[in-house]
Write a protein that binds this ligand. Structure first.
Ligand SMILES: [Zn+2]
Ligand SMILES: [Zn+2]
Length: 310
């Protein structure tokens, strides 16, 4: 099968062996479409998931189940699915108790991912998509689930909040919050907009940390206000503890909300997702697609794996 790998420090489209001999609880997906996100760029740049000789990238997938192990529960051959990219180890104390794995491996970073014709994952990681959903919406279930995590970061309806950032991730966060009881959420670009009044916010969500973003959030929060970290920055943050302590600010980190809820939301016309998406391109165009992603956060970029690869 074709696979987009990082190998010896560069991205390459190569032929690799199609996964077979599934474990009892695994399913095999024929990938139809996959979204490119910042995490993939960080892997491509060698800033994440280093130390392996060859890794297939990609974690935002839409695919069809084409095979399953005898103990693969909850998903049938022929189902169209996306994937929760946190692959459980299956062996730790929490896994054995059916709780969140203590050391999940991330698809496309720690284990081979979905920029390939086929992908094997535990059946428990598959997220069944509603029938008839646009393929891009299926692949977009993961970013939606990541955004739903904001709602579980201790914010409450009626509170005054703002999203700090700009671009697609900030826009998606604003739309999802508006649908969930935060109609007046403010989209604030600290680089361009005048500073918010000190103490005017109950919570502040970052959707991309640039120089000065955190300090601007801290200034705008009321005492005991809440900072929500959303954007998965991998660099260390400069934060002055006393600025937090004096006003007892809280920090909450948002990773993933419910994938089932995200699957339901992905087709919701109120989210108006289409303007956030670019036209899918073939995997063979990976070099220009990654270069476009590196230039900044524009529309969501997708690879189509089912069209003829020009
Ligand atoms: Zn992603
Ligand atoms: Zn585990």
């Amino acid at each position: 099968m074709r696979a987009l790998v990082r190998e010896a420090g560069v991205l390459r489209l190569v032929e690799v062996e199609t996964p077979r001999a599934l474990a009892d609880d695994e399913v095999l997906l024929r990938i139809e479409l996959a979204g490119l996100c910042r995490t993939d760029c960080q892997v491509a740049e060698g800033r994440l998931g280093g130390g392996v000789t060859r890794r297939i990238l990609g974690h935002e997938v839409a695919g069809v189940v084409v095979d399953r192990g005898p103990a693969a529960m909850g998903v049938e051959v022929g189902a169209r699915v996306s994937v929760d990219p946190r692959i459980r180890c299956g062996a730790c104390e929490a896994c054995l108790l059916g709780q969140d794995c203590l050391a999940p491996r991330f698809l496309g970073v720690d284990v081979d991912g979905g920029f390939a014709d086929y992908l094997r994952v535990p059946a428990a990681s598959a997220v069944v998509a509603p029938l008839g959903l646009d393929l891009r919406a299926v692949a977009y279930i993961e970013p939606i689930a990541a955004t739903l995590a904001i709602l579980e970061a201790g914010i409450r309806r009626g509170e005054r909040g703002a999203i700090f950032g700009r671009g697609r991730i900030a826009a998606l966060a604003a739309r999802i919050l508006a649908l969930h009881g935060f109609p007046a959420i403010l989209l604030h670009d600290p680089r361009q907009d005048p500073p918010l009044a000190p103490g005017s916010l109950d919570f502040a969500v970052e959707a991309g940390i640039e120089e000065g973003t955190l300090a601007a959030m801290v200034r705008a929060l009321r005492p005991r206000g809440r900072i929500v970290l959303k954007s998965r920055a991998i660099e260390a943050l400069a934060l002055e503890p006393m600025a937090l302590i004096r006003r007892e600010l809280r920090i909450a980190a948002a990773y993933y909300g419910s994938f089932a809820a995200a699957a339901d939301l992905a087709g919701d016309p109120r989210l108006d997702l289409e303007p956030l998406w670019a036209e899918p391109r073939p995997l063979s165009a990976f070099a220009e697609v990654f270069a476009e992603a590196a230039r900044g956060e524009g529309r969501k970029l997708f690879f189509s794996l089912v069209e003829a690869d020009a």
